[in-house]
Design a protein around this ligand. Structure first.
Ligand code: SF4
Length: 203
């Protein structure tokens, strides 16, 4: 991947992209981008857990709308999703980043997709190099054959992709990709920062 090209393409889309060597650097950078006493929330993301970012946020002097509180479900969880849309900062993973800077994400409920598009004042996206793809078509292939199957298995869902490793464009009630969005850029050039790490992370 040509990082210089990717950084330039993201800049043209009003997205700031930083390349960081390690997950530990990404965690430190996320913490540096958040000020004390801000309101902060996150999208569902294996990467955020793997890289210790959720735990680090819990230690900060912030108001953390924590969607990962054990046992949080139903209306209470939806209430946190709604609070997250009003946060000063939203921290999220992503499912694919194309060589030209398109950001691709799937969602079941739509809370993460919504927050990435609008609501939180600032958005920090963290991504491992395993999320890099050539183009939209490759990104969709990655989502349908890697992200969805692996997440379905992790969550114990019985979607076709969990069984076969490929997408059947299912109508399963457990479907995790009701939303598939592509973020082409931002109207506010100060809103979104992508931290791309030269390590793998999440699915
Ligand atoms: S549509 Fe169904 S089978 Fe296809 S990726 Fe989504 S959940 Fe998996």
């Amino acid at each position: 991947m040509d990082y210089e090209h990717l950084i330039r393409q993201c800049a043209l889309r009003n997205i700031t992209l930083e390349i960081l060597p390690t997950a530990s650097d990404a965690k430190a950078r996320v913490m540096a981008l958040i000020a004390d006493r801000q309101t902060v929330s996150t999208g569902g993301s294996t990467t955020l857990h793997q890289w210790g970012i959720v735990e680090a946020l819990r230690q900060r002097n912030i108001t953390f709308y924590d969607r990962f509180v054990p046992g949080l479900a139903g209306e209470a969880l939806l209430a946190v999703f709604r609070q997250a849309l009003t946060a000063d900062v939203y921290v999220s993973g992503i499912n694919a980043i194309t060589a030209d800077g398109d950001l691709m994400v799937i969602d079941k409920v739509g809370n993460r997709a919504a927050a990435l598009m609008f609501g939180p004042k600032k958005v920090i996206v963290v991504a491992g190099k395993n999320k890099l793809v050539k183009d939209i078509e490759s990104g969709r292939h990655r989502i349908k054959t890697v992200a969805c199957p692996q997440n379905a298995r992790r969550l114990g869902l019985s979607t076709p992709c969990a069984v076969t490793g490929d997408c059947a464009e299912c109508r399963s009630p457990q479907r995790m990709c009701y939303d598939e969005i592509v973020i082409r850029g931002q109207s506010d050039p100060s809103r979104m920062t992508v931290l791309l790490v030269e390590e793998d992370g999440g699915f």
